[in-house]
Design a protein around this ligand. Structure first.
Ligand code: HEC
Length: 139
């Protein structure tokens, strides 16, 4: 019953808890975990933290969505994109961390895209209310 299966697959909503957290914990947590600085703290010494391979904290739902909606609108999208959604067509610099193989990176990007719901690289200054409304990013 392929039809029934397709309907069920569509109904299975992508959530942070079920789908994103496992990917994040495996591929991102090492540099964006609970001991990493808050975004504002990171900003005080960007160069220093980056040189040490320490990113900003993103390990909770609330932390991560601040890189999707506000205040760091589209940051997650710009960094994880494989290049297809960016004007310069270059992959974001966190794309490589999405997996060990190209296949894994592509699969995990697909999951992130499904979670965000509206894969938009725009910043707060350019994004429209309608575009923000299209973001899903469910807990
Ligand atoms: C080896 C360490 C490392 C790993 C692994 C890593 N990151 Fe990062 N990430 C950094 C560092 C350091 C920065 C800050 C320097 C920069 O902007 O490139 C950063 C920056 C970012 C930013 C930009 C935030 C902003 O304020 O603009 C996002 C979004 C991000 N990472 C997401 C991720 C995601 C999602 C993963 C997992 C798929 C990941 N990173 C894996 C080290 C890492």
């Amino acid at each position: 019953m392929a039809f029934v299966w397709a309907v069920q697959a569509q109904a299975a909503e992508v959530t942070w808890q079920k789908d994103i957290k496992p990917i994040f914990d495996k591929n991102c947590l090492g540099c964006h975990g609970k001991d990493s600085p808050e975004h504002g703290e990171f900003q005080k010494d960007k160069k220093g933290f980056t040189e040490k391979g320490i990113g900003m904290r993103m390990d909770s739902y609330i932390h991560l969505i601040s890189y999707v909606g506000w205040p760091y609108t589209g940051a997650l999208i710009r960094r994880l994109d494989d290049g297809t959604s960016k004007a310069d067509k270059k992959p974001g610099n966190m794309y490589e961390h999405l997996g060990v193989t190209d296949e894994e990176r592509k699969a995990n990007l697909t999951t992130f895209k499904a979670w965000v719901g509206s894969w938009n690289v725009k910043r707060w200054s350019d994004i429209t209310k309608e575009e923000l409304n299209a973001i899903k990013a469910k807990y």
